[in-house]
Design a protein around this ligand. Structure first.
Ligand SMILES: Cc1ncc(COP(=O)(O)O)c(C=O)c1O
Length: 483
């Protein structure tokens, strides 16, 4: 047995754990420990059964036991067929999918006459739909923030290929928030009559920073269509589309409730949707297409964007997942996650070696204001030398702790967090041959860039105090350890 499992410090008999829990509950009185433990025992018991500390909710959420039970019961009890016909089996699948579509809009408080919900494979699939269909051309612009997932960065390739210009608003260390002055200067440069697209994440998957949702209306008033990446925000925050009105919202459902994987959504404003021009047609997207007539007509609305057969057996599990989140309450989830995040940041920030040197350097805010439950950092030895994130990851895995390391598919935030400059990076991208991540790290080390990756821990619906307590205990094992 893994020794880390047998010495699980969350055991009720551990006096240090109990003292820490009491102090935590005094500091965070809104945290309902009894309710969290009941939810954990009822729905996420497999974590404790295997002594697993799961700290990668920004990578993927965890599913509740009841979601699986309900979905299996639904599959066992029905006959579902391909939705593209009129048989009873087909109707049953179509009716379910349409019902889920309505539930998705209702969950985000999006009026059906204002928004359409388009099922995609994941958030990246939704982003690709926007990127390939947005009518970029010469004179048009794509503005985005340094802090973005690669699937948002990737849209720049569609923009450039069609002659549009691309510009980035930088983030500022140490909190890694957007340089608002630079952003507003870019947004004020909207070209009248042109297509201007602005993309940013509601919450950073790198630093946990929450960016200002007020930028949506400001950018729109200046002439921009706004694409909001809600993939990292939606799992622990309420996104109310009756209050905020982005043109496009993208997300992946597995990040919110773990199961099913393979389904995401593009929630698009009905008034902006007609702007999008699909570059092809596919089964399911057309009313009619002809070989000899060499033509086709696209469907109206969502159907024009859902290529082929939708995932009709798994889409109903989205409604089950949304109902699970609603039964716990997204505001309750948010409050619990932020209490645990606050304690985690305080405890990690207070860890110092015997010589007084700090163990942890955070990338992002070292407090809980305007941030979510994603905390990114590196560990340093008493002489200030970095512990390679791969070493930390290996030790965490040994202790049965799942976390994420590297750059988290968010190179812009990482480059600015680690002080990598345009000159540093120019070296890497002028080559003929493909470069591996290992080679990249080697080149950066050669340029005296100590860190090119970091450690990320993130909390979610299944997290409890024992998880963060165990992680802090794990971090302590690096105290006074020389690199
Ligand atoms: C902020 C953000 N956007 C987009 C994505 C892409 O999501 P997916 O891999 O599900 O397409 C992620 C995934 O981590 C993310 O964190």
């Amino acid at each position: 047995m893994n020794p880390a499992r047998s010495s699980f410090p969350g055991a009720l008999s551990d006096p240090a754990y109990n003292a820490a829990l009491r102090a935590f509950l005094r500091a965070y009185p809104a945290y309902d420990h009894t309710a969290v433990e009941a939810l954990r025992a009822r729905e996420y018991a497999r974590l404790d059964a295997s002594g697993h500390v799961y700290l990668d909710y920004t990578g993927g959420g965890l599913y509740a036991q009841s979601q699986l039970d309900e979905h299996l019961a639904m599959l066992r009890g029905g006959v579902y067929g391909n939705p593209h016909s009129n048989s009873p089996a087909s109707r049953a699948a179509t009716d379910l999918a349409e019902c889920v579509r309505a539930q998705v809009l209702a969950y985000f408080n999006a009026a059906p006459d204002e928004y359409a919900a388009i099922f995609t494979q994941n958030a990246s699939g939704a982003l690709k739909l926007v990127g390939e269909s947005y009518p970029f051309g010469p004179g048009d612009q794509y503005v985005l923030t340094f802090d973005n997932h690669n699937s948002v960065n990737g849209i720049r390739e569609f923009a450039r290929a069609r002659g549009a210009s691309v510009a980035y608003a930088p983030v500022l260390p140490p909190e890694l928030r957007i340089d608002e002055g630079r952003l507003m200067a870019l947004l004020e440069g909207a070209r009248p009559g042109a297509h201007n697209l602005f993309a940013y994440p509601a919450q950073s998957n790198f630093s946990g920073v929450q960016h200002d949702l007020g930028w949506i209306a400001r950018a729109q008033a200046l002439g921009w269509d706004v694409l909001l990446d809600a993939a990292a925000f939606a799992p622990t925050n309420r996104l109310d589309l009756s209050r905020w009105h982005p043109d496009f919202v993208v997300l992946s459902f597995y990040k919110i409730f773990g199961y099913p994987t393979g389904i995401g959504c593009l929630i698009a404003r009905q008034s902006t949707l007609p702007k999008l021009r699909r570059p092809w047609f596919a089964g399911g997207t057309i009313t009619i297409a002809s070989v000899q007539g060499d033509g086709y007509y696209l469907q109206d609305g969502e159907a024009a964007f859902e290529d082929g057969t939708i995932d009709y057996l798994n889409i109903p599990a989205v409604e089950i997942g949304l109902r699970h989140i609603t039964s716990v309450g997204i505001d309750t989830i948010h409050a619990r996650v932020m209490a645990l995040t606050g304690w985690l940041i305080e405890q990690l920030g207070a860890l110092t070696h015997s010589n007084g040197a700090p163990l942890v350097h955070f990338y992002g805010p070292a407090h809980t204001r305007q941030r979510g439950g994603t905390v990114t950092f590196n560990l340093f030895d008493p002489d200030g030398r970095l512990f390679d994130y791969r070493e930390v990851e290996a030790a965490a895995s040994h202790a049965n702790i799942s976390l994420r390391t590297g750059c988290f598919c968010n190179p812009g935030a990482g480059e600015q967090a680690h002080g990598l400059t345009r000159e540093d990076l120019a070296d890497c991208f002028g080559r003929q041959e493909r470069m591996t991540f290992e080679e990249f790290i080697r080149i950066m080390s050669g340029r005296s860039k100590e860190a090119v990756g970091a450690v990320r821990v993130s909390l979610g619906i299944g997290s409890n105090f024992a998880d963060v307590y165990r992680f802090v205990a794990f971090a302590r094992t690096f105290l006074d350890r020389l690199h």
